[in-house]
Design a protein around this ligand. Sequence first.
Ligand SMILES: O=C(CO)[C@H](O)[C@H](O)COP(=O)(O)O
Length: 262
Amino acid sequence: MSSELSPIDKAKFVAAKQASSYVEDGMKVGLGSGSTAAWLVKCLGERVEKEGLKIKGVPTSSRTAALAREVGIEVISLDEAKWLDLTIDGADEYDGNLNLIKGGGGSLLQEKIVATASDQMIVIADASKQVETLGTFPLPIEVIPFGWQTTKTLVEETLIGMDVLGRKVTLRMNGDAPFYTDEGNHILDMHLNRIGNARQLSLIVNQIPGVVENGLFIDICDVVIIGFGDGRVESRDINEGSVEEDRIEFVETENLFADLND
Ligand SMILES: O=C(CO)[C@H](O)[C@H](O)COP(=O)(O)O
């Protein structure tokens, strides 16, 4: 395989490649966002081109939509699809119960809606995303711009008394300006370090006026496929309680790697 790829990129690729084999002809597939999900979209594009795979993809961000179209995947809206067979997405953290923190790329709202509207959600990740307890990665929450500073204060007050270690809340920036999501909202990042009760935190935060959604995905993910830099993949299925191991051959897909390095 291409020697320019870092072990972490190889790990992301093999996870994505393995997940792409879950996709069958005729499926409606939710396409996640972020660098790992981008590999997935490329892998699916390769199957569309080489095998004539026929799928309809529902992207979770404008970036993923552009990439999906570029690689030849038919893109439809969630309203057109109504319900999906499968969503495959990356994550910022996953724990032993396959609960997640997502939203590092700012697409958590569409990602959560799409994943929830799917029969199955598969997360693809490298092993660095695995944690014992969620919260090392700052938890993103999407808030509407109107009165966001008041919303931030309410969020900070809500954190008092919650089972968390840190309470710092910051507005996500894009250079000197606030970051805007595809929905025209802002992101507040909650630096909590450890989330003792993720289910409770998710419910409480979502009740604060101004909060649209948070990046905790509780009981949504069914399978996590973990990639390793040496080509190994490990699939953990929450429903079957099973762990399966496999290995992806790099050699056949060197052209794809070249594309992905662009
Ligand atoms: O939730 C996300 C975007 O909102 C991404 O899936 C998450 O940030 C992981 O990204 P990457 O695969 O680049 O590490």
